[in-house]
Structure formats: structure tokens, C-alpha cells
Design a binder for this molecule. Structure first.
Ligand code: ZN
Length: 487
């Protein structure tokens, strides 16, 4: 059962990799279908016998845009690689077409169904996959956002409803892959490709996951008896959704400071790099970066102790208010050889701040940390991942995001966080947690021990990028090392 799930997940991953997309290095760019919440962009590129056309949404949410761009780009890049290989031995035309159908659900949810068609010589492959973007929280919905971590009944209902829907549509034939669902092997990871409509989930299984072709199953929300999502984002009452701002609900309150104004960091030249998309260096190493935001706090020392036991390091993106409240812990982090990053003074959404405010938010933390450790942070993580070109121009450090989001601040459940990381972890990952929550620190202590036992090397962000690339550039965003995708 476990093996089947892994198999399906691997197939899904391969399919996801097949669809890469994006505007990078495209010859031609058009924007169509403007709406209040998004625009649909189309990029076209034609070069060396390879024709590529990709349409995808661009939203007002920066992290969502980064997720979309990454997924589209990965698809394009892996197609190009395949096409190049083919063209080196054959004369033919290769084409990739990525299109998307956008279905907003209210203002805060954007559902997108992508269709991907690739032609390499005479081989034509078609598939579809879907994503539900959470515009309000600037992230991607996983099916786990709709049920409590231990709610097995939800998965069983989901499994049954999907099976019924596919059977009714005659989509579940006698193909071996249909067995995965028939045997009840499905789990949350199995349901990664879905849209969240007003009254139903729509699951779009990519070609090869359940059948040779993509198949679609609709599951009405009413199937879940209104018990769909205890402790998770609400389906109906979206206003009760915990926002990124609430991360700080339990952070120590600190009085206003009156630090003198300074500009963020001194300006240095900014370059754009062509990111590589090959897998991280295959040298047998398994380096990953654990990152802890919003601290330090009363639990930080327990994480440092666990790291020490295994000779591991981590990166702490500190906020100024916590630095002031827990100066000893700042020193401990530094003395442990861990990396300290800047996460602003009091965690505002930077895209809504004046230049003055942004400069202050950043420089205050630089100074506070320097006073305590003698060193200024060299990495920046914007609160909530929120950033735009303007913000990136002002803060002259690399913007370090993440590719594994534990959502620990939302679940506050150490088992959930532990299991989520153990299930998704891969070399090169940047894992996001918050050391201000006891449950997160408890999960981290277990994770550090187990990851290390499994041969993972826990390194700082700088060490991770030095080992696996790409080079860190000031003012640019990095959510993963080469080859890693958001998960
Ligand atoms: Zn934060």
C-alpha cells in the first residue's frame, strides 16, 4: 500500500516535471484576459527547432507567482532537455504547449487547470493538472489544508467519493493503475492536483497516475457532512482563515524603538543569473537547510542543543522584536555556528510599507544583531514571503524563501510537522519552521535526530547554496536550490 502510494507520487512528480513553464528567456510575451485578481500571460519561444508556448496566470500575490513561475519553468526546462536530446539524433520539430483554464472562487482563491501537450518527433503526450492558489495567504493549497491532521475519515470519504465519481464516468477501467485507487491506497499526497470550487473539489489526475489519460473527479463538499476541516482554513467562512500576520500573535511585545534612520544595506551591484535547473550536485551528499523564523525565543536553545548532538547547523531568520526580547539566545545561535538572517524588525508586509519604513525595518535588525554578535546578517527573508521588485531593490541581500512549508504555525502539532517533513524531505530542501512555537521546537528536535540518522547533513543556507547552487545574488529571490520544487 505504501509502495503504491510512493509509486503514484513518483509518477505525479515526473508528470509535474514534464510541464515546465515560464516567461524566462521567452521571445514574445502577451498579456490577455485582465481581471481584478489576475492576468493571463502567454509567452512564446521558437528556437533551434523547438517551439514553446505557455499560458499561466499572474496574480497580485508574489509567492503564488513564484510558485507558478517555478512550476511552469520546470516543465519547459525538462521538455527542452528531452527535445534537445531527441534533436541531436533526429531532424524534427518539437513543440510544447501549456495552456491554463482559470476558475476563481471568490476573491481569495484562484483555481487553475493546466493542460500540457508535448510533441517530440512523432511522440505526442498530453496531460493535465490542477492547482488551488490561496491568494489571501499567498500560498498553494494542499488537500491537508481542509482536514485535521489526524482525520482519517476525511481521507476515506475522499477516496470513496473519487472512486465513485470516476467509476460513474467510466474513467476507471481495468488498467493496472486504477488499482491504486480501487485498493484504497490513496492518501493526501495522492490528491495533490485539485481545484477548490464553491461547492466541490475537482481532482484532476495527471496522465499516468490513475489511467493513461488524465481523469477528472468531482467531489461535492456536502460529502463531508460539514466536518471537512476542523482546525484548518475554513471552506465557507474564509474570513476566519488564520493569516500570515497571526504568526506573531504570540511573539513578545516590545516597545517602539527610536533607532536613527539609516538606509538598508549599502548598495551593491545587482545581477540577474540564469538559474540552472539540473538536480543538485550528485556527489552523494544529502545536505538540507532547516530554517526557523520569527525568533529567537524560549525554545531556541532546545533546537541548538539537538543540532549540537548531531553536529548540525540551521539558519534562524530573526525579527528585531524577538532579538531584543531574547538577546542571550541570539548569542547562543551565533556561538553554535548557526546562521542568522534578517526577518525585519517587527514583521510588516513589506509590499505595503514606505521606503523609509522598509529601510528601518531592515537596518534595525542589522544593527541589533551586529551589536550582539559582531556580525551583520547577510541573508534576508521577507515576512510572509511578501516582496516585489521595489522591495527587492531596497533590501540589498539575497531573499531566502523556502520550498518545504511545514505550516507549523497553523497546525501547532509536533507530530504533524515531524511527519510532513519526513515524508517530503529531499536533498537541497529549505524547510520552513518557526522556533517561537513549542510544538515546532519539539518537532525540530525529533527531526534533527532522525534526519541526521538518515544521512541528511544539516547545513546553513549559505552552505547549502555553496554546495548545490545557484549563487546567491543580492535582491534576487531564492526559494530552492537547483532542481528543487515547492512542496
Ligand atoms: Zn515570519
Amino acid at each position: 500500500m505504501r509502495r503504491k502510494f510512493l509509486c503514484a507520487a513518483a509518477i505525479m512528480l515526473c508528470i509535474a516535471m514534464l510541464f515546465s513553464s515560464c516567461a524566462f528567456g521567452a521571445d514574445d510575451e502577451t498579456v490577455t484576459a485582465p481581471s481584478e485578481n489576475y492576468t493571463k500571460k502567454t509567452v512564446k519561444e521558437s528556437k533551434d527547432g523547438i517551439d514553446i508556448s505557455a499560458s499561466y496566470p499572474e496574480t497580485g500575490a508574489s509567492n503564488v507567482n513564484a510558485i507558478i513561475a517555478s512550476e511552469v519553468r520546470k516543465n519547459i526546462d525538462s521538455f527542452k532537455k528531452e527535445a534537445d536530446d531527441y534533436l541531436s539524433a533526429n531532424a524534427a520539430t518539437c513543440a510544447l504547449n501549456i495552456d491554463c483554464e482559470i476558475s476563481p472562487n471568490g476573491e481569495n482563491i484562484l483555481n487553475v487547470c493546466y493542460s500540457v501537450k508535448s510533441e517530440i518527433g512523432s511522440a505526442v503526450k498530453e496531460s493535465r493538472f490542477a492547482r488551488a492558489y490561496n491568494i489571501a495567504e499567498d500560498g498553494l493549497y494542499g488537500i491537508k489544508d481542509f482536514f485535521a491532521p489526524d482525520d482519517e475519515a476525511f481521507l476515506q470519504t475522499l477516496n470513496r467519493c473519487v472512486r465513485e465519481s470516476l467509476t460513474a464516468a467510466g474513467a476507471l477501467g481495468e488498467t493496472p493503475d486504477a488499482e491504486a485507487l480501487n485498493s484504497g491506497a490513496a492518501s493526501d499526497g495522492f490528491f495533490g492536483s485539485f481545484m477548490f470550487m464553491q461547492d466541490k473539489f475537482v481532482f484532476v489526475f495527471p496522465a499516468g497516475q490513475l489511467a493513461e489519460q488524465s481523469v477528472t473527479a468531482e467531489v461535492p463538499l456536502s460529502s463531508f457532512d460539514g466536518k471537512v476541516k476542523p482546525g484548518s482554513p475554513s471552506i465557507k467562512d474564509y474570513s476566519q482563515l488564520e493569516t500570515a500576520e497571526s504568526i506573531h500573535a504570540d511573539a513578545p511585545a516590545v516597545e517602539e524603538t527610536t533607532a536613527e534612520e539609516t538606509t538598508a544595506e549599502e548598495t551593491t551591484e545587482k545581477e540577474t543569473t540564469e538559474e540552472e535547473t539540473a538536480a543538485p550536485v550528485n556527489d552523494g551528499s544529502k545536505k538540507i537547510a532547516l530554517t526557523f523564523d520569527d525568533g529567537p525565543g524560549p525554545y531556541t536553545d532546545s533546537i541548538l542543543e539537538a543540532l549540537k548532538q548531531v553536529g548540525g547547523k540551521a539558519t534562524f531568520f530573526m525579527v528585531g522584536t524577538s532579538v531584543k526580547a531574547y538577546p542571550e539566545q541570539v548569542k547562543h545561535v551565533y556561538e553554535a555556528g548557526c546562521q542568522i538572517g534578517n526577518h525585519t524588525y517587527d514583521h510588516p508586509t513589506l509590499t505595503k510599507c514606505s521606503d523609509d519604513k522598509i529601510n528601518k525595518e531592515v537596518s534595525q535588525v542589522q544593527e541589533l544583531v551586529e551589536k550582539l554578535t559582531g556580525e551583520r546578517p547577510k541573508l534576508f527573508r521577507p515576512p510572509g514571503g511578501s516582496r516585489d521588485e521595489h522591495v527587492r531593490g531596497l533590501v540589498n541581500m539575497p531573499f531566502i524563501l523556502w520550498n518545504v512549508d511545514t505550516q507549523d504555525w497553523k497546525y501547532r502539532d509536533s507530530d504533524y510537522v515531524y511527519n510532513y517533513v519526513m515524508k517530503t524531505v529531499d536533498k537541497g530542501d529549505i524547510i520552513l519552521m518557526h522556533d517561537i512555537h513549542k510544538t515546532s521546537a519539539q518537532a525540530a528536535v525529533r527531526l534533527i535526530k532522525e534526519l541526521s540518522a538518515q544521512g541528511y547533513e544539516l547545513v546553513t543556507i549559505s552552505e547549502l547554496f555553496e554546495a548545490y547552487g545557484p549563487p546567491l545574488v543580492k535582491g534576487e529571490s531564492f526559494y530552492a536550490v537547483t532542481g528543487n520544487t515547492w512542496k
